[in-house]
Design a protein around this ligand. Structure first.
Ligand code: GDP
Length: 296
């Protein structure tokens, strides 16, 4: 049975009966539990190491005050550090630019990119009263443009009419033009995904990014893929440059480790969480909640 990190730390530290400050060996034993719990929550090894170093430095020499147990004290330090590393405050999608605000959606195939594009369109409409135009730049997978069109129909969000034979770049330019002429607030560009990251995909997305100059570049990543999601984030951020991350399948039984790793590795904010298949199954990212989930 899964034991929460809070319980484990209490187990290790609360047998300390003396008062005074925490010693190196008290804290080292506690950090072994933190390390184990974070690895179980699927946090990347480098991030775990970095994290435990920081927590350790803060905990050693801390005076244990009467009102809390040593375990509670370290849990608080771990919690605060998790929140700090996750980004402290929720960062919503930035629409603060001259309309139509271009948002480029990137990521691997199967990550939930197309669904997330429609979810964001739906969110802009229902929550922010903004009119979005969606366009699929995926010319490789024959059904992709049609999939977005159908999603647009279901969510009542306009999609760019499909013209056969156009390149992703031509579609992107047409989408921007149509959004300008049509008085849209935002234009959502759903790029092609691949099963793995390859140079051709990166070149294509980089070219579209260069020409469209999007205000946001959102990487959609599956939170259940752990270390793969972290590698994907690193690759996309290094090659394309991303402004934020949307983590999908946060409704699954992952414990939030991918969020911590991706944030730590890229330094880019997790902006939204996908929490199901429905259009409205999209939530703001709250670092406090994810920290709580990791702590168990
Ligand atoms: P794409 O290839 O990246 O465009 O992926 P799709 O958007 O086609 O999504 C693949 C599948 O994942 C679909 O069945 C979606 O309904 C599902 N999906 C997307 N986001 C989420 C999510 O946050 N939670 C769950 N449970 N399913 C999701």
């Amino acid at each position: 049975m899964f034991q929460s990190l809070s319980d484990r730390l209490s187990g290790v530290l609360d047998k300390l009966t003396r008062r005074g400050s925490l010693t190196d060996s008290d804290v080292s034993e506690a950090m072994r539990e933190v390390r184990r719990a974070l690895l179980e929550a699927d946090v990347a090894l480098d991030v775990v190491k970095d994290f435990t170093e920081k927590v350790k430095a803060k905990a050693i020499g801390q005076d244990v005050v009467k009102s809390v147990t040593p375990g509670q004290m370290v849990v608080k330090i771990v919690h605060d550090e998790l929140v700090a590393m996750l980004g402290s405050t929720a960062e919503p999608i930035d629409l603060n630019a001259t309309p139509p605000v271009a948002i480029l959606m990137v990521g691997l195939q199967g990550s939930g990119k197309t669904t997330t594009t429609a979810k964001i369109g739906y969110r802009l409409k229902t929550r922010f009263k903004k009119k979005a135009l969606m366009a699929s730049l995926d010319t490789r997978r024959p059904a992709a443009q049609e999939q977005l069109r159908v999603l647009g129909e279901q969510t009542e969000i306009d999609t760019l009419p499909i013209v056969a034979g156009q390149t992703p770049l031509q579609i992107a330019k047409r989408a921007l033009e149509a959004a300008r002429l049509g008085g849209y607030d935002a234009v959502l560009l759903d790029t092609a995904g691949r099963v793995t990251i390859d140079e051709e995909l990166m070149d294509e997305v980089a070219e579209v990014r260069g020409v469209t100059q999007p205000h946001e570049v959102l990487l959609v990543a599956d939170s259940l893929t752990g270390q793969d999601a972290v590698n994907t984030a690193k690759a996309f951020d290094g090659r394309i440059g991303i402004s934020g991350i949307v983590l999908t399948r946060a409704d699954g039984d992952g414990r939030g480790g991918a969020a911590l790793s991706m944030r730590a590795v890229t330094g880019k904010p997790i902006k939204l969480l996908g929490v199901g298949e429905k259009w409205d199954a999209l939530e703001d990212f709250h670092p406090e909640r994810v920290a709580g989930r990791i702590l168990g």
